[in-house]
Design a protein around this ligand. Structure first.
Ligand code: NAD
Ligand code: DAU
Length: 340
């Protein structure tokens, strides 16, 4: 089996590549990534030592380049992780989100049609459902919850999902979609909540919590997400959507306190800053369909996963410093400089 993974130099895509190389020993893995700011090529160091791994630096928006890769590699299965993935950046500059997440996905599906790929899997997000109120803990997102997006990022992901389903119905392209909640774990770029807070705490810098810190996210360890995607590809039906999540809701301020406590740092580092525009209040996934049809459920408890994650960043400060050098300094100053 030959898998083509886009966005494999980023957070979840790289974890997925390592899962494939470990758990599908006969497989070939081709990674396509344009190496944006969110990628760190050193994330793939161990994969480059594996003869079953091939890497192409290419942009999913480049139709000619993508078709050439398909012509050469003839993948059986394509998993599309490549995306602009950070909500805050989408609020500052939506255009690149629409181009990458919508038109890039279309290029990938056109290549899959042309080369008869057996499954195109679109990695999507719970953010396509919008948000839930804090005072209704009984409400969860199911696959039938209406699409109701808030940010340019989530709107672009929802558009890609709808186009993928249109390609299934119109052209019979064997498409599947997974919609997952917030991931945490190794190799996450430190502009996202958990690695940003770990990095700042380790460096004794203020921890910027948006608004009142009471927004809720449903956290899932990245390996559990990757196992869920594999289950959808191998046992899920074409034309279907599967929600992946862990019933692990936490407020942002809880997360920040857990990190500070584990690192033995003072809560005086917590700084409440101006809220995100259009900030979704609560996400919560109902993953029953994936449990029932795919026998998938998360295995990593949050208490264990967060320790593994913090320990990983402590042991990989060189990787972290590669991410936070150069352009990151400008990004951080622009996003947080006048936020206080
Ligand atoms: P990430 O930002 O860490 O990585 C994205 C990768 O895609 C990077 O390596 C980047 O270089 C690459 N990329 C971006 N634009 C590209 C282009 N035009 N061509 C080729 N490569 C390009 O993202 P992530 O957190 O790993 O998310 C991966 C996918 O999972 C995304 O589609 C995201 O919407 C989805 N998702 C993420 C989460 C989460 O919590 N992080 C949760 C649910 C779904
Ligand atoms: O739900 C899945 C989504 O989770 C994915 O589709 C996105 O790609 C991924 O980035 C993530 O989106 P969020 O916006 O939830 O993640 P982020 O880490 O940016 O923020 C998590 C919460 O923490 C959110 O409520 C905003 C808050 N926050 C974030 C940052 C970076 C802060 O309070 N301070 C911060 O500095």
């Amino acid at each position: 089996m030959k898998y083509l993974v886009t966005g494999g130099a980023g957070f979840i895509g790289s974890n997925f590549i390592y899962l494939l190389l470990d758990e599908r020993p006969g497989s070939q893995v081709v990674c396509v990534d344009s190496l944006t700011y969110a990628a760190n090529i050193h994330t793939l160091n161990a994969a480059f030592n594996n003869p079953r791994f091939t890497f192409y630096k290419e942009d999913i928006r480049n139709r000619k380049g993508i078709f050439e890769i398909f012509s050469k590699e003839k993948p059986d299965v394509v998993i599309n992780f490549a995306a602009q993935s950070h909500v805050d950046r989408s609020i500052e500059d939506p255009g690149i989100f629409l181009e990458t997440n919508i038109l890039g996905t279309q290029v990938m599906m056109d290549a899959c049609r042309e080369y008869g790929v057996k499954r195109f899997h679109q990695v999507s997000t719970d953010e396509v459902y919008g948000d839930l109120p804090l005072d209704r803990p009984d409400l969860l997102f199911s696959e039938d919850t209406p699409i109701c997006t808030s940010s340019p990022y989530s709107a672009s992901k929802a558009a890609a999902d709808l186009i993928a389903l249109a390609y299934y119905r119109t052209y019979g392209l064997p498409v599947s979609i997974s919609r997952c909640s917030n991931n945490y774990g190794p190799y996450q770029f430190p502009e996202k909540l958990i690695p940003l807070m770990i990095n700042n705490a380790l460096n004794g810098k203020p921890l910027p919590v948006y608004g009142d810190g009471l927004n809720v996210r449903d956290w899932l360890y990245v390996k559990d997400h990757c196992l869920g995607i594999l289950a959808v590809i191998e046992n899920g039906k074409a034309g279907e959507v599967y929600n992946l999540g862990g019933h692990n809701e936490k407020t942002n301020i809880e997360i920040v306190r857990i990190i500070l406590h584990y690192l033995n740092k003072s809560e005086s580092l917590i700084t409440f800053v101006k809220d995100r525009k259009g900030h979704d209040r609560r996400y919560a996934i109902n993953p029953e369909k994936a449990g029932r049809e795919l026998n998938w459920s998360p295995t990593t408890k949050f208490d264990d996963g967060i320790k593994l994650t913090i320990d990983w960043y402590i042991s990989n400060m060189t990787w972290m410093n590669e991410c936070t050098g150069g352009e990151y300094v400008n990004y951080y100053n622009e996003m947080y400089g006048n936020r206080g």
